[in-house]
Design a protein around this ligand. Structure first.
Ligand code: UDP
Length: 356
């Protein structure tokens, strides 16, 4: 298993747990902030990674992917894994899939087939790279599987497993310890995507919009966003908000389940809101998770739209009651068991085709 960022750890934790001592975990170091990794493993009920590589240096994207590939090639040479599992669409996934494929090791891609059709997003390019290389494509939904087949991926290599976040969310909520929940109604916000943080204009707009909504906003500030606030000199826009440091996964879910609604550009929240049964406003130009919108949990709020008005709509009682009884489009909570079974079969010598 190769991980490099918070969402990968969160979404692979149930697979790591299901594989038990058959799994070895390599952290590439892509994000090795203690807040985003370290204690995270413990809270998710899994051990620390077996290996931590040093790819987190502030270098450009191709250098980062190149460094990871070199270091992973050495690890693969030494350990000869029977299969490599990568999850999602980060630089770690691109590097992990390439290094494994070039070493002749089968690649299992978890959360395959997401597409935003926005080639300006680095994640979209990483998705296309891993789709070209993976041997097993574990799609979360039928639509994700369709997207892969439409691009020419061999149908026999695609399996709809559901998304591991369903069981990951349930397990983390059970593990949540007491956390200071703000008194009264509030909206929980997280913002970290480059489209919202890279330019001063975009970040100013998002933070001012958050300051203008009708209920108090708790903003959990990602390190990338904090750095951008300082870089662009926008500290004053944080004043109307309650700003928190990143917290563990169980804690963020406890906060999210106490909130009236969520406002975020995170990919993970678009799935978690369907398990938590909370409305989510997705502050993005596009989304690769239309299932969440189709099921009524999420709404896409593009820069041209009015966030404050969307918040008022989302607070409508009838709409929220409807969500309570709507099933998550992301699966039945058994995705990680299915993925682990495929990996174990391959490790036991079953051919990739027969393992799927
Ligand atoms: N998350 C967390 N602690 C926080 C904020 C978010 O554990 O303080 C979780 C969140 O629940 C989701 C994941 O981190 O599962 C999302 O990660 P991120 O926003 O970094 O990336 P994305 O989902 O956009 O890929």
């Amino acid at each position: 298993m190769i991980v490099g960022t918070r969402p990968e750890i969160i979404k692979l934790a149930p697979v790591i747990a299901a594989l038990g001592n058959r799994a070895r975990v390599i952290h590439t170091g892509q994000h090795y902030d203690r807040n985003l990794a370290g204690a995270f493993f413990e809270e998710l009920g899994i051990g620390e990674p077996d290996v931590v590589l040093g790819a987190g240096a502030r270098v450009g994207r191709s250098a980062q992917i190149g460094i990871m590939m070199m270091e992973l090639a050495t690890e693969f040479e030494r350990r000869r894994p029977a299969a490599v599992i990568v999850q999602g669409d980060t630089n770690t996934v691109s590097a992990g899939a390439q290094a494994a494929n070039y070493a002749g090791i089968p690649v299992i891609h978890v959360e395959a087939g997401l597409r935003s059709f926005d080639r300006g997003m680095p994640e979209e390019i990483n998705r296309l790279v891993v789709a070209a290389l993976a041997d097993v494509h574990c799609a979360a939904t039928e639509d994700n599987a369709d997207a892969l087949r439409a691009e020419g991926v061999r149908p026999a290599a695609v399996i709809v497993t559901g998304n591991t976040i369903v069981e990951g969310t349930q397990a983390a909520l059970e593990r949540a310890t007491a956390i200071d929940i703000p008194a009264g109604a509030f909206a929980l916000a997280t913002i970290h995507r480059p489209e919202n943080t890279d330019s001063e204009r975009a970040l100013r707009r998002v933070l001012s919009d958050l300051g203008a909504v009708s209920i108090p906003v708790v903003l959990v500030l990602h390190p990338r966003t904090r750095a951008a606030v300082v870089r662009h000199g926008l500290e004053s826009l944080l004043a109307p908000l309650t700003v928190l440091e990143p917290v563990g996964h169980p804690e963020i879910l406890a906060l999210a389940s106490s909130a009236e609604l969520l406002i975020s550009d995170s990919g993970g929240f678009q799935e978690e809101c369907t398990v938590l049964k909370k409305p989510l406003l997705v502050v993005r130009r596009s989304t690769e998770r239309p299932e969440s919108i189709a099921a009524g949990f999420a709404s896409l709020i593009t820069p041209a739209m009015n966030l404050a008005a969307a918040v008022n709509d989302a607070l409508d009682g009838r709409r929220r009651r409807h969500l309570e009884s709507t099933a998550s489009p992301y699966g039945d909570g058994l995705a990680s068991a299915r993925i682990a079974q495929i990996a174990i079969s391959i490790a036991d010598g079953v051919s990739v085709t027969d393992a799927i």
